[in-house]
Design a protein around this ligand. Sequence first.
Ligand SMILES: [Zn+2]
Length: 129
Amino acid sequence: MNAEKIRGLKAERDRTQVELRRLRAYLEDEVERVIDGGEDSVDAASDIYEREKTLAIIRTLENKLLAVEHALQVAYKGSYGICEVCHLPIDPARLEAVPATTTCIKCQEKLERSQRRRLPTAFSVREDE
Ligand SMILES: [Zn+2]
């Protein structure tokens, strides 16, 4: 059971890394194109929008990668599926939906609430403008 989870998490990590490399390469190409002056002003606005979107996806994937790597560490220790905060078993349906999770839904919600108070994200800053 645990070995199977580790295999699944490793596959997820590899997929996420491949996708991150692809998106970073895409962004680098885009930046080079702008530096070369190969962009006219009509395209610029939609290109900026596309780049922002790509950056947001990269950030999401980076967070996911961290979560998957952390879940792998937990799985190696043999405590996969146990909430790290309250030490109760995590709902199997939640694990199925979010394999990289290491907290139960209640603790996750508490964590997210306290993180939102402490660290405004780039998105919430933008909403305030
Ligand atoms: Zn919990």
